[in-house]
Design a protein around this ligand. Sequence first.
Ligand SMILES: N[C@@H](CCC[C@H](N)C(=O)O)C(=O)O
Length: 284
Amino acid sequence: MNLRFTKMHGLGNDFMVIDGINQPLPETGLPLPAAEIRRLGNRHFGVGFDQMLIVQPAQGPEADFRYRILNADGSEVSQCGNGARCFARFVRDAGLTDKQEIVVETAAGQMTLTVTGDEQVTVDMGAPRWAPADIPMTAKAEADSYIVVSGHQAWEVGAVGLGNPHCTLLVENVDQAPVETVGPLLESHEQFPERVNVGFMQVVSRSEIRLRVYERGAGETLACGSGACAAVVIGQRRGLLDSQVTVHLPGGPLQISYDGEGGIRMTGPASRVYDGSINVTPAE
Ligand SMILES: N[C@@H](CCC[C@H](N)C(=O)O)C(=O)O
């Protein structure tokens, strides 16, 4: 079948966004076979993306839409901060809604997205979940930080659940952080039964950090919205950061605010690159 899509990005974290309201895609099970998602995600043989986003009709009465998130490796996940901003811009540009405040269902629950005049989008990312079972990770008890051991090496990490699992390491200089080696090692570490997104955070001041993220199912990306929120709340929990923080990612800055009550708020841009169409093998 021929599938129409829009290529978008949030600070270089890039997406293939598909209108699953006006195109026939299965609403249960994977929308496309996992091998087909991997082929489309491949930067040499396909469209190339970090995540595929599928827009679908809401299942419940309180939401405007449902959106599904698939990593480039074909795994389905529940949360994507940069994707949420691109989703909001996509449904407005496609004429699927003219609302400025959009309520969307994800596998992690309901989220509210607010589009501001200059096409910046603010996402309420929900409250951080600190209990190990909610991250999920195996640990005897909840703690500000955990020691994760592999062979002769050990790392101190903060860990939090934001609908998806995150761990964050503090580093002196993010440019020299071992993202490509320690990232995949921790991503698949046995203490994280659903794998984990791995952040490397350099604290610049109480209101500014630099961050690189090795994403579960996608490798290092130019930005990770949920990873930025995770780094900020982990830094706050250790007493290092204030309630409003600018997170400098390789693809650009995100504004994160959290005062310990309600949800973490993330504000940043959502950019459209091009519209296209491609032949795909549908799920059986
Ligand atoms: N890029 C995202 C996160 C996408 C999902 C993640 N790789 C996972 O597997 O949990 C973001 O902006 O939050």
